[in-house]
Write a protein that binds this ligand. Structure first.
Ligand code: ADP
Ligand code: MG
Length: 710
């Protein structure tokens, strides 16, 4: 396509998976549309289109023609979530439903129904049917014009059939339960949306910005990068940015799920949608809206529906055959068994989109619950894959370790090689420290944790690193740069031609203590070695123990670091390891396992192992809050640096799949039993109608358990 553009259109009135398909088909028919994704939960259509061929007006019209409404984005944001279904209304509905059900059951049982049926004249029944059934009939007719059969179509045919056979009272009761079913469907969809809406409702709407003439409160959309935003105690931080003045304790639960607030002062990075508790701060804006970590989380959760699980594809396929199958059974009942009453029962009992809902309701419940606890799950697909995964690969630096290594030992060449503690470095003549100066400059723009350690050491000595020229990161190896006319290479020993014997003796000793060595070469000469030590995250042993207990057949540590450091760690954790790997080696290992038929989970920091995470069947990024790269690369992002979330998300995935299977099994049994009983005349139409919301309610109740999980 010559010209492509992505637009988002809010769509209101979709209650069921089949509704999203209607909207999708209706839009897809227009010219210039290359891709359409319609979301039931976030109530929007995301469309790839060629603006030369199709206008947004035409898209709005297509949506309206399909029987749904379009609202302006601004209004959508302001709507109060879940207000449509207040407790009293639901209670009232429940009572009315119960009374009618009781009357119907008792009436049918005593044979009173027959009597009543004869008593209700058509001129009372018909207007009642029309009035009560209007909203549903309207949908059915609109769909019919689009040449689509919806689940209510069958029930409407059932109502007409009941009228034709003169069962007026039955027809009225059918219409009543048809409306109840419609409400249940809408309520179910609304509940699925709730978690996501609750999340989106936390998005900041306005900000207090420092202007030339003083402070002004402006809508969030008008804030620009670089603006200074003022946040008072108890207020929502409206933007992502850096604190430039003031101190506050910040509740970041909306992003990390962590209840303990964190301290933030000048220089700290703060996130939009978190709350400044004690203290007031000024923040220099770095991003607003979708350019914030919170905005990205919302967007990814809203669009998680697009990453469907395989079971859902199967269920969707099945539901598209389901209605024709039911029509077939109805036809057989009518023309072979010649039982019009049973035919009505068949048409009525089948009225349920439960098959299509069984999977997404459960997935969305878990995705929504996850988002509240610092787990960003990008789609049901990943929960499904994770539940069945058998290989777990783990990155070391920044993932198992805190990723905040300290330089603890320094080796310098001053008429022979010396090893000293970092504290002693300060006493060295400045000439001997030049290599640290050059190394810190070369590492100036590297994001690697070891680079941070080198810079930190240099700052400890009271210096600021110089500006490097021609900086180049060597992924998984080190960095290279020109500093003050000298070529500086910092990183693995591999970058050195050969090591003098007296150095090797000392480095081996350091390595056996589990240190990571950073070799500093100036103009091709080894000038010094820095020994860094990183700390294992305290919760790792427990979490890895749990993961081993969850039955992964292979758990392996993959690292670019030296074999000594890796072996030490792997032995303590009782897992296998491979060391001295380049980023492409990690990808190769993931592929090897996949080619052997394994399903691979990779846990990494999401920054320098992003390609391996993307290659894995499920890539999990550690501590991804604030790192766009990590959020982007991972399938599941842990927004809090907490290893316990890894076994947690595995358990959530398995639990979710259990619920999905239960939902599908329950719906299948219900429909099979219902259709059989109805076709053979054992299920009176009014009972069938009363029962038709049971699968929806069952799925909802079963899946609700997932919303409450920790
Ligand atoms: P891991 O696989 O443990 O996350 P990396 O692949 O990031 O490790 O890096 C592998 C090794 O390369 C590190 O242990 C370190 O020795 C070296 N290295 C990489 N980047 C740098 C850097 N910026 N400065 C110094 N050493 C580096
Ligand atoms: Mg790493």
């Amino acid at each position: 396509m010559a010209n492509a553009e992505k637009v988002e259109v809010p769509v209101i009135g979709m209650d069921c998976m089949e509704c999203t398909q209607h909207v999708n088909r209706s839009i897809s028919r227009l010219p210039g549309i290359s891709h359409v994704e319609v979301f039931l939960t976030s109530e929007k259509a995301v469309i790839q289109l060629d603006p030369d061929l199709v206008s947004e007006r035409e898209i709005h019209k297509a949506i309206r023609d399909a029987g749904y409404e379009v609202v302006p984005l601004s209004e959508k944001r302001l709507e109060i979530p879940g207000s449509e279904y207040s407790k009293p209304i639901l209670t009232l509905l429940g009572i009315v439903f119960g009374v009618v059900l009781f009357v119907v059951v008792v009436g049918e049982w005593l044979g009173l129904f027959e009597v009543v049926t004869q008593l209700v004249p058509w001129y009372i029944a018909l207007p009642l049917i029309g009035l009560l059934g209007y909203p549903v009939f309207r949908k059915v007719i609109k769909a019919a014009f689009q040449r689509q059969i919806i689940s209510h179509t069958l029930m409407s045919v059932g109502v007409i059939a009941a009228c034709i056979t003169g069962e007026w009272a039955t027809a009225v009761v059918l219409v009543f339960f048809m409306r109840v079913g419609d409400y249940v469907e809408r309520f179910t969809a609304e509940r699925a949306r709730r978690a996501i809406k609750d999340l989106a409702a936390m998005a900041p709407q306005s900000a207090r910005v420092q202007g030339k003439t003083g402070e002004t409160e402006i809508p969030i959309g008008d804030v620009k990068a670089g603006d200074t935003v003022i946040v008072r105690p108890g207020e929502l931080i409206p933007v992502d940015g850096e604190v430039i003045a003031g101190h506050a304790t910040i509740d970041q639960a909306s992003i990390t799920g962590e209840a303990m607030p964190v301290e933030a002062g000048p220089g700290a990075h703060v996130f939009a949608a978190t709350v400044a508790q004690l203290g007031s701060i000024r923040v220099r804006t770095a991003g607003i809206g979708t350019d914030t970590t919170f905005g990205k989380i919302i967007q990814l959760v809203e669009e998680a529906e697009a990453h469907r699980a395989n079971v859902q594809r199967v269920a969707d396929k099945f539901s598209s055959y389901y209605l024709p199958i039911v029509l077939g059974i109805a036809a057989v009942t009518m023309f072979i068994r010649r039982d019009p009453i049973a035919t009505v029962a068949v048409l009525v009992v089948a009225c349920s989109c439960a098959f299509a809902l069984a999977t997404p309701i459960a997935m969305l419940a878990s995705i929504g619950a996850g988002a509240k606890h610092g787990l960003l799950i990008k789609g049901g697909k990943y929960l499904e894959t994770l539940a069945g995964a058998d290989v777990l690969l783990i990155d070391k630096t920044g993932t198992l370790t805190l990723g905040q290594p300290q330089i603890v030992k320094v080796m310098v060449n001053d008429k022979g090689w010396h090893l000293m503690d970092t504290a002693a470095v300060k006493t060295m003549p400045p000439a001997d420290l030049e290599f640290i100066h050059l190394a810190a400059a070369a590492e100036r723009y590297s994001e690697h944790p070891l680079a941070e350690a080198v810079r930190h050491l240099y700052e400890e000595l009271g210096f600021t690193p110089a500006e490097p020229d021609d900086f180049r990161a060597l992924p998984g190896v080190g960095v290279q740069a020109d500093v003050a006319g000298k070529q500086v290479v910092v990183g693995l020993q591999r970058l050195t031609a050969d090591l003098p014997g007296d150095i090797e003796r000392i480095t081996t000793q350091l390595l056996s203590q589990g240190a990571t060595l950073i070799y500093v070469h100036i103009d091709g000469q080894l000038q010094g070695v820095l020994g860094a030590q990183d700390t294992l995250r305290p919760e790792v042993p427990q979490a890895i123990g749990e993961l081993l207990g969850l039955g992964f057949s292979h758990v392996e540590l993959l690292t670019g670091d030296n074999a000594y450091a890796a072996a030490d760690l792997a032995k303590d954790l009782k897992i296998k390891y491979r060391a001295e790997l380049l980023p492409e080696d990690k990808i190769r290992i993931v592929k090897e396992y996949q080619n052997q038929g394994h399903t691979v989970v990779m846990v990494g920091d999401g920054v320098n192992d992003a390609p391996a995470l993307a290659q894995a069947d499920v890539g999990i990024a550690m501590g991804a809050a604030g790192s766009d790269v990590a959020i982007e690369a991972a399938h599941i992002a842990l927004l809090r640096e907490d290893w316990n979330l890894v076994p947690d998300v595995v358990r959530i995935a398995r639990r979710t799949m259990r619920v999905v299977k239960m939902n599908i099994g329950f719906t299948a049994v219900y429909n099979l039993l219902g259709l059989t009983l109805a076709a053979f005349g054992y299920l009176p139409p009014v009972f069938a109608a009363a029962l038709q919301s049971i699968p929806d309610l069952g799925i909802l109740a079963n899946s609700s358990r997932l919303i409450k999980q920790k």
